[in-house]
Design a protein around this ligand. Structure first.
Ligand code: PRP
Ligand code: URA
Length: 209
């Protein structure tokens, strides 16, 4: 069964309270989504393997540790996942980025794929899928199935808010995928929105409503 890690760090919780506020501007919303992604990235990459290296300081040789060439890809689910990419890239400047375009059919709430572009060596990479909202879990589960079809074996999911329904679906469909969220909310409403949530993440990042 996948682990669900809820980030209770005060900085993340403080920033999340600003994201949830319906009066937060598009500018501030974008900045904070990116900052939370950066803070979450720090924890979600805790298991990256290290190797020992010798570094010559001005004084002596220091035995240090560096990340041992682990190949990673960050995979945002369009559109809203794009808002988390800058934060991740600022922590891992050389990370490759693959894109999956999905939207939820407003009638059925089923995910519809409209774009899929991965780094050519994606099979050899571990992937961190990013999408601020894990609601029914349909989008995340479908995105991860598409990634697995290309041969990716190790995948993590990073969302800002999760609903119990989405976590359950992910655990049923992809028990091997660990889930990282800043908050687990109460339920979904009849339109598939997370309650209390933060509204439509894509619209709030891109100012489309
Ligand atoms: C939102 C969100 C997720 C999805 C979550 O995207 O960014 O991708 O809904 O819902 P689910 O867990 O029920 O699938 P949306 O379909 O609104 O598209 P957008 O990012 O282009 O706004
Ligand atoms: N997608 C969003 O952007 N917000 C929700 O609450 C649910 C799905």
């Amino acid at each position: 069964m996948s682990n669900v890690c809820v980030f209770d760090h005060p900085l993340i919780q403080h920033k999340l309270s600003i994201l949830r506020d319906k009066n937060t501007s598009v500018k501030e919303f974008r900045e904070i989504i990116s900052e939370i992604a950066m803070l979450m990235c720090y924890e979600a990459t805790r298991d990256l393997p290290l190797e020992e290296v010798k570094v010559e300081t001005p004084v002596d040789i220091a035995i240090c540790k560096r990340i041992s060439g682990k190949k990673l890809a960050v995979v945002p689910i369009l559109r809203a996942g794009l808002g988390m990419v800058d934060g991740m890239v600022s922590m891992m400047p050389n990370v490759k980025v693959g894109h999956i375009g999905l939207f939820r059919d407003p009638e059925t709430l089923e995910p519809v794929k409209y774009y899929f572009k991965m780094p050519p060596d994606i099979k050899e990479r571990d992937a961190i899928v990013v999408d601020p909202m894990l609601a029914t879990g349909g989008s995340a589960s479908a995105a991860i199935s598409f990634l697995k079809e290309t041969g990716v074996r190790h995948i993590k999911l990073m969302s800002i808010i999760g609903a119990p329904e989405g976590v359950k679906k992910m655990q049923e469909d992809h028990p091997d995928v660990d889930i990282y969220v800043a908050a687990l909310d109460d339920h979904l409403n009849e339109h598939g929105y997370i309650v209390p949530g933060l509204g439509d993440a894509g619209d709030r990042i891109f100012g489309t409503k």
